[in-house]
Design a protein around this ligand. Structure first.
Ligand code: PMP
Length: 425
């Protein structure tokens, strides 16, 4: 039972392994947007293992293609070229914005970001990075060092040469701007960092399109255009981390398309494999062609993970998941906004498509962290799993598999309404 699992976890896993809930359910089975625990209880999944299971748990169409590849040829390394890796790269070139074209495959989001930053160093001959407060990019040395959310900056000796700039956190705007009179001071702040804090030898700026772990922080419409202008002026490449936002999650294939900007390098992971480990950084010809020294990831883009990636891209297209995320995301956001009108604890509702967050606060926007945990537990008891994030862990996160139904979204709103009715602040 679940108790035994917790006991064993405490004994055999490094205690850094973090979990939600005081008494987490032992999940034993997944079926599209549903999860089941060891007692047979069903949960609607509004978490997707942090935006991984965009096509649903144990999706039969994707499983069939992945298992077929598994039975035929599992692995060779890139030294023996196989067909799936190049087919996937070709498909990604089509799916990604503008002239992004050349891929390097690896296993995790951390590796993809680490690799993207290495590429930027090789390309520019520079060694410094700019990152955003509350960003999260991984758990390797350099990716932890560009991570701007305190909880995940676990390395006491982070890499030098990383400079942080304010993030576009409109709800808590450090410049006290309100929407229609925003002077985009946070973009100017990036330029100030370049001018006043760096040595001038910047290899890249790295940013998530929407900060996931930082609290579904969604930049204003013109943010990336203005940011890119500043970076172009200083000849600094932009690495966009689409690890959480990619693959139809926001109602576009990649969230950066909402901002009509083409990054110099883009990183993807999570939903590309729909549960199979695969990640990549993708760049244009100009930058990509300069990386000619041998470099490889043993398992990166191996035939099985590449077959899964191809099946995911085909599934997204065949089942119109981009449109679905947009339509269902609107339904969910409307429901959350109605609850915001009803309950003062909901200070802000934000996000795009099916990547939505609700920031919970007390008076004067004081984070309602304890209440967030109570709500998470109560929803779990009612058969709904959601996420939480933000600097103060006070943001409810809704990132369901994109195959979720309208009825499931309505159930969430009804149950959240019931739960909020009973939470006093
Ligand atoms: N970038 C973002 C935006 C992420 O959310 C994460 C993981 N939550 C990572 C990078 C790191 O990915 P991984 O855990 O696969 O290394």
């Amino acid at each position: 039972g679940p108790e035994k699992i917790i006991d064993k976890k405490k004994e055999y896993l490094i205690p850094c392994s973090y979990h939600f809930y005081s008494n987490p359910p032992q999940i034993v089975k997944g079926d599209m947007q549903y999860l089941f625990d060891s007692s047979g209880k069903r949960y609607i999944d509004f978490f997707s293992g942090v935006s991984v299971m965009n096509c649903g748990h144990c999706n039969p169409e994707i499983l069939e293609k992945t298992i077929e590849q598994m039975k035929t040829l599992q692995h060779t390394t890139t030294i023996f070229l196989t067909e799936p890796i190049v087919s996937l790269a070709e498909k990604l070139a089509e799916a990604t914005p503008g002239s992004l074209k050349r891929s390097f495959f690896c296993g995790t989001g951390s590796e993809a970001n680490e690799g993207a930053m290495l590429l930027a160093k090789l390309y520019t001959g520079n060694n410094e990075f700019i990152a955003l407060n509350l960003g999260l990019h991984g758990r390797t040395h350099l990716t932890i060092s560009v991570t701007g959310i305190g909880m995940w900056r676990t390395d006491p000796f982070p890499a030098g040469g990383v400079h942080f700039a304010p993030n576009p956190y409109c709800y808590r705007c450090p410049y006290k701007s309100v929407n229609d009179e925003c002077g985009m001071e946070c973009v100017q702040a990036v330029e100030n960092v370049i001018k006043n804090h760096t040595s001038g030898r910047v290899a890249a700026m790295i940013a998530e399109t929407i900060q996931g772990n930082g609290g579904i922080i969604t930049p204003p419409k013109n943010y990336f255009k203005e940011l890119k202008n500043v970076l172009d002026k200083w000849e600094i490449p932009l690495i966009i981390d689409e690890v959480q936002t990619g693959f139809a999650r926001t109602g576009k294939m990649f969230a950066i398309e909402h901002y009509e900007v083409e990054p110099d390098i883009m990183t993807v992971a999570k939903a590309l494999g729909n549960g199979v480990p695969i990640a990549a950084y993708i760049t244009n010809d100009k930058i990509g062609k300069t990386f000619t020294k041998p470099s490889a990831s043993t398992l990166g883009g191996n035939p099985v993970s590449a077959a899964a990636g191809i099946a995911v891209l085909e599934y997204i297209e065949r089942h119109n998941l981009i449109k679905r995320a947009e339509t269902l995301g609107k339904r969910l956001k409307d429901g959350l906004l109605k609850l915001k009108d009803k309950y003062s604890i909901i200070g802000d509702v934000r996000g795009i498509g099916l990547m939505l967050g609700a920031e919970l606060v007390k008076e004067n926007k004081e984070p309602a962290t304890r209440e967030t945990d109570i709500i998470l537990e109560a929803l779990k008891d009612r058969g709904i799993i959601i996420g939480k994030n933000g600097e103060y862990r006070n943001v409810l996160a809704f990132q369901p598999p994109l195959v979720i139904s309208e009825e499931d979204i309505d159930s969430l709103i009804i149950e959240l309404d019931n739960v909020l009715e009973n939470v006093t602040i």
